[in-house]
Design a protein around this ligand. Sequence first.
Ligand code: NDP
Ligand code: X2W
Length: 312
Amino acid sequence: MTHTIFIDGEAGTTGLEIRQRLEGRADLAFISLTGDKRKDLAARAEALNAADAVILCLPDEAAKEAVAMIENTTTRVIDASTAFRVAPGWTYGFPEMDAVQRGEIVGSRRVSNPGCYPTGFIGLMRPLVKAGIVPRDWPVTVNAVSGYSGGGKSMIAEFEDGEGAPPFRAYGLSLKHKHVPEMTKHSCLKHDVLFAPAVGDYRQGMLVEVPLQLSALPETPSIDRLHGCLVEAYDGCRFVEVAGLDETEAMTGLDPEGLNGTNRMRLHVFGHRDGSQARLVALLDNLGKGASGAAVQNLNLMLGLDEATGLS
Ligand SMILES: NC(=O)C1=CN([C@@H]2O[C@H](COP(=O)(O)OP(=O)(O)OC[C@H]3O[C@@H](n4cnc5c(N)ncnc54)[C@H](OP(=O)(O)O)[C@@H]3O)[C@@H](O)[C@H]2O)C=CC1
Ligand SMILES: CC(=O)N[C@@H](CCC(=O)OP(=O)(O)O)C(=O)O
């Protein structure tokens, strides 16, 4: 059986990556808009309604516009933007985040693909909050660095074509980053997380870190307890893994580009085993498990296929 797919925003950073990941799939046929048709409302409306599944790789407003143009009850939607990540009626497209999530995605017609930073953060924090190791009302900070492709075509142009992009830049300084609502909600936290992102002068790959003062937490959890909780949460997951404590202990650095080109995410628990502090760090490709890889994984699930089809 062939499924018809339309990627709205196919010429952008996320859209192109998705298209490349789906290239050569005999089970899929594509509707593609080129030239002036790319942004033509009538052409987009026709494509959106003709496809079995659409993947929206658009700015938020254009994504909302696309969803409003779908007039049938059969087209299935994966939205890569921020527009619907905490919206009622939408399923959050992070299959590994809970035992029931994969099944929810399989049965959903509206799936919001998670943000890149939230994938790392929720991956680290949700199991700890659900297990009661980190209280729901805990004040949580998240520090992160991303490659510049995270900012789409305009940021890629700034770093690759412009003059004088800095080697490292802190941003999100107003503390109102668009990812805060989904990070907070899907980690089951009560208070907005304090999010401190940065962008580096390299194309893709990211580290998302949560520092924890263990002795301030209610039960002073050990490194082993944190690690054990994450290992249990991701047992059997194809794309989310937890680095062993021996491996982590021997590391002197962590390269944000380490999983580029894959749909994988690796979680680390750094700290002395008998110490009272921990640095939880997620490593992922912002264009892989942080965006395009995750979208393909969700598409596979929604089409009733093995979630790993075409992914590494
Ligand atoms: N880059 C990343 O790492 C990630 C991005 N995302 C999200 O995915 C979405 C796409 O981001 P990204 O690919 O980086 O952005 P880009 O700017 O690289 O691409 C966006 C694409 O959408 C097109 N577009 C804009 N407005 C319209 C419209 N009204 N109708 C049709 N096409 C339109 C643009 O056209 P034109 O080429 O003419 O500008 C462009 O090709 C965003 O919501 C982003 O937040 C999510 C996770 C990670
Ligand atoms: C480096 C950089 O600018 N990154 C982007 C986030 C990339 C991402 O995940 O975007 P979505 O929320 O659109 O999915 C930012 O901070 O806005």
